[in-house]
Write a protein that binds this ligand. Structure first.
Ligand code: NAI
Ligand code: MG
Length: 495
């Protein structure tokens, strides 16, 4: 049993103040045209935090027009790149000033433990914006020697108005991953935050305005996917879509984006293999394997949800993992002692419980957890399935919850094929003291990121994205900028 720290009564919690709940269009806070609102919940208490404007196609249209106008003729289009960079730095500074309040707001809306919001979400958000702020004046083309008496050069121009649709698992960080490169490149933005977690994105829009980013550069339309989201994807005045979320939604977006042939980048899910050899530093591997799956309630696109452990160390390994689960502190996300909060909503909770049920039915052994925790809030016990077979649903499907599947392996030879036996390819990890083995596997595994003797190490400078059905294109790093620029070739006759 996980240690029980029951959520305290919601009224007694110190609550962050809610400032922004409307659409942010052309620098104005406005209700949805329809007048509709939707509720965002606190997943720990299942109570309503705030009612938020429910934008749809009409609001997206206004946002796209504001973004287009700013892109074509506004201050943004005339601003020096270095000044653009300064504004992004300023936004990062303002977020840093409000870090504690933003962390609390993120934890309230999403359910993630405040210690994680403070240690991961906030610093990574600030770092990402600063990284791209520094890029703003370093985006340049080439001069190219061509045949004949010509002078040819390329210009890197902003792709235009970008539609950005983000999920609920790292709400603020996803804003930074999307706004950072878009702003650095000189694009303007129509963003839709996830309906589960709109609050920090709206707060960041306010801070962007305070930083002096011109009105109309950043527009935020909260609302649902099939309405507001689909309207962004279909809008003829939006040039590019950047999406993070599920593969099913990505397929819909691809279809909806086809008539206007939008540029698209996708960062989707995974079923990432985490491979532990018996010659690894076992303490580090156990800590890494546990963190790699249970961090953020298992709601990570790169979660190490297929843990392959070599035969000789298997028993000891699962013993220690289950020990960690038994002492894990579940509770109020705003309590600094809490290690695991609730899942984000009822739908995710139900999906996870379905998979736990499937795991039991298919004959995997449930060593810890497997049940709801408490009676209020979407809490799931940290769950550990062992003796999992490669073809079981819990070994093939993305669960997006605190459910670990442990598989046994014997030889190095078998492991690359088993690790790659998936439609996904987002991330992987290898734990061993043998550097040849580590690099051999790193080259064999089809994934956008391979961690060796570590897990979930993210940096704004390091590209991230998926092979196969885990995505298209890369975010972060210099590569992350590419998706926000068009290359123009200019050729001058010298004769
Ligand atoms: P989703 O893909 O439906 O939602 C992500 C975003 O897309 C949200 O902002 C949503 O409103 C929007 N969206 C939904 N339908 C849309 C449409 N037709 N057109 C445009 N935008 C649309 O994901 P959901 O339902 O929240 O979670 C389902 C599963 O997806 C999770 O259990 C998990 O397996 C996976 N997922 C993966 C994430 C990742 O980081 N790669 C993040 C969130 C979910
Ligand atoms: Mg919420």
């Amino acid at each position: 049993m996980a240690t029980v720290t029951e959520p305290v009564a919601p009224a007694k919690r110190p609550r962050p103040r809610i400032h922004q709940t409307q659409c942010f269009i052309g620098g104005q806070w406005v209700p949805a045209q329809s007048g509709k609102t939707f509720d965002t919940l606190d997943p720990a208490s299942e109570e309503v935090i705030a009612s938020v404007a429910e934008g749809d196609a009409a609001d997206v249209d206004l946002a796209a027009k504001a973004a287009r106008q700013q892109f074509e003729t506004g201050e943004w289009s005339k601003m020096d790149a270095r000044d653009r960079g300064r504004l992004i730095y300023k936004l990062a500074d303002l977020i840093e000033e409000e870090a504690d309040e933003l962390a609390a707001l993120e934890s309230l809306d999403n359910g993630k433990p405040i210690r994680d919001s403070k240690a991961a979400d906030l610093p990574l958000t600030i770092d990402c914006l600063r990284y791209y702020a520094g890029y703003a004046d370093k985006i340049h083309g080439q001069t190219i020697p061509v045949r004949g008496n010509y002078f040819t050069y390329t210009r890197k121009e902003p792709v235009g108005v970008v539609g950005q649709i983000i999920p609920w698992n790292f709400p603020m960080l996803m804003v930074a991953w999307k706004w950072g490169p878009a702003l650095a490149a000189g694009c303007t933005i129509v963003m839709k935050p996830a309906e589960q977690t709109p609050l920090t994105c709206l707060r960041m829009a306010r801070l962007a305005q305070k930083a002096g980013i011109p009105d109309g550069v950043i527009n935020v339309v909260p609302g649902y996917g099939p309405t507001a989201g689909a309207a962004i994807v279909k809008h003829p005045d939006i040039d590019k879509i950047a999406f993070t979320g599920s593969g099913e939604t990505a397929q819909m977006i691809m279809r909806d984006a086809a008539p206007t042939l939008k540029r698209i980048t996708f960062e989707l899910g995974g079923k990432s293999p985490n491979v532990v050899f018996d010659d690894a530093n076992i303490d580090a591997a156990i800590a890494g394997a546990h963190f790699g799956l249970y961090f953020n309630q298992g709601q990570c696109c790169c979660a190490g949800s297929r843990l392959f452990v070599q035969e000789k160390i298997y028993d000891k390994f699962i013993d220690r993992l289950s020990g960690m689960n038994k002492t894990r502190k579940l509770g109020d996300p705003l309590d600094p002692a809490t290690e695991q909060g609730p899942q984000v909503d009822q739908a995710q909770f139900d999906k996870i419980m379905r998979y736990i049920d499937l795991g039991n039915k298919e004959g995997a052994k449930c060593l810890t957890g497997g049940k709801r925790h408490g009676t209020r809030g979407f809490y799931v016990e940290p769950t550990l399935f062992v003796d999992v077979k490669d073809n079981m649903a819990i070994a093939t499907d993305e669960i997006f919850g605190p459910v670990m599947s442990v598989l046994k392996f014997k030889e190095l030879d078998e492991i690359a094929a088993r690790a790659n036996n998936t439609t996904y390819g987002l991330a992987a990890a290898v734990w061993t003291r043998d550097i040849a083995k580590a690099h051999y596997l790193a080259s064999k595994i089809k994934a956008g990121t391979v961690w060796i003797n570590c897990y979930d190490v993210f940096d704004a400078a390091a590209p991230f994205g998926g092979y196969k059905m885990s995505g298209m294109g890369r975010e972060l790093g210099e590569e992350g900028l590419k998706a926000y620029t068009e290359t123009k070739t200019v050729t001058v006759a010298l004769g």
